[in-house]
Design a protein around this ligand. Sequence first.
Ligand SMILES: NC(=O)c1ccc[n+]([C@@H]2O[C@H](COP(=O)([O-])OP(=O)(O)OC[C@H]3O[C@@H](n4cnc5c(N)ncnc54)[C@H](O)[C@@H]3O)[C@@H](O)[C@H]2O)c1
Length: 369
Amino acid sequence: MSVEQVRVELGARAYEVRIGAGLLARAGAEIAPLLRRPRVAVITDETVAALHLDRLREGLGGVAMTALALPAGEATKGWPQLTRTVEWLLAERIERSDLVVAFGGGVIGDLAGFAAAVLRRGVRFVQIPTTLLAQVDSSVGGKTGINSAHGKNLIGAFHQPSLVLADIDLLATLPPRDLLAGYGEVVKYGLLGDARFFEWLERHGPALAAGDTAVRARAVTRSVEMKAAIVARDETEEGERALLNLGHTFGHALESATGYSARLLHGEGVAIGCALAFELSQRLGLCSQEVPSRVRAHLRAMGMKVDLADIAGDLPGPDALMALMAQDKKVRDGQLRFILARGIGEAFVSADVPADVLRGLLVTALAAR
Ligand SMILES: NC(=O)c1ccc[n+]([C@@H]2O[C@H](COP(=O)([O-])OP(=O)(O)OC[C@H]3O[C@@H](n4cnc5c(N)ncnc54)[C@H](O)[C@@H]3O)[C@@H](O)[C@H]2O)c1
């Protein structure tokens, strides 16, 4: 299978995202041009290490590898494991000109990228994303960081990778639930800016879920193209990049309400959040009822979580959910900013969502549980 290549145009910090099957087997050849000495430090998690670390070691060929495997899961993305990682990199004598490899899902990419950003005031890193979510979203764009007791991703840095290698074959071992959670971010791209891509997903989503490698590669490539273009125009989220947060204001509040636990994965929160964002857009008179219905129908057809009723266990009431939304990083001057849409593929940033309309939506959504 051919390898697709998407360039993230960021001047001196520009880099390539390579997407295709079999990239892991030639990781050494891909990474070697970036190295001053033939050695990398790999940060991964225990699940990915057990499944794929030996193949990465083989693929690196003559590039020596030292590896740290952290516990899998969102709880790893905090101060204790960050400290452990940075101290380990120092103990491994990783120098300013060396390279760190983030080998895992979004948790590992965010944490290892942040560790690289602060290690010796910044060392370069390569992303080898192993989840669909990480391939289409978190490995590209340079947002790195960890969670705080005050909320998700509140501690971090912009630190762009030097290269991203998205090997589609790695997705074969991903549990279906994680694959579908990542698909939430794929759908997000269609919904925010490419109606034709959304239509394509309506047709090909089932094949993607079933394991069709060519369809997966196409979906990852289109998602990365969209993200790369937006990041190139607005790296530090002064404006347009906020569109990538479609569904996230709701999603983050729901993740927080469920304690960042297995009750709700990040991508599941995003999918429910997208459905709510389109519902809110309809309530504000921005689009017709058919639009949120079509969004929900596709998510349902894919077997994804769509409604608050799909989240097991108790949820806080509308006011508590609104308070959690107010913690969102997108709050500016105390004003909540939402990503709304005039139709599929027509999202925009809005700072004027009346609180009573938002509350009304949440009351209805919670009552349906
Ligand atoms: N930096 C960004 O721009 C950005 C964007 C979106 C999301 N994120 C962050 O990404 C995180 C979520 O990422 P995620 O969904 O990849 O979660 P994750 O990293 O926790 O991975 C999900 C699970 O899949 C396992 N796994 C990973 N690859 C596998 C494989 N190939 N086969 C089998 N199992 C595998 C992991 O061990 C883990 O248990 C969140 O913390 C979110 O905030 C960051």
